[in-house]
Design a protein around this ligand. Structure first.
Ligand SMILES: [Zn+2]
Ligand SMILES: [Zn+2]
Length: 53
């Protein structure tokens, strides 16, 4: 099974957990955020250098 890693905190996200999947507007890499980072509004940083709230 594919492992999902949170883009913000680098924690592994289990498939049963609520998470958000979205595409980086800059490079179209698929990014994931765990529920916790979403709740606290942690900044994520893509490999291309794009940062978002
Ligand atoms: Zn996270
Ligand atoms: Zn990117």
């Amino acid at each position: 099974m594919e492992k999902i890693e949170c883009t913000s905190c680098k924690q592994e996200i289990s498939p049963v957990e609520t998470y958000v999947k979205f595409v980086c507007p800059e490079c179209e890499t698929i990014l994931y955020r765990c529920q916790k980072c979403r709740t606290f509004g942690h900044i994520y940083r893509c490999q291309c250098g794009f940062k978002g709230p």
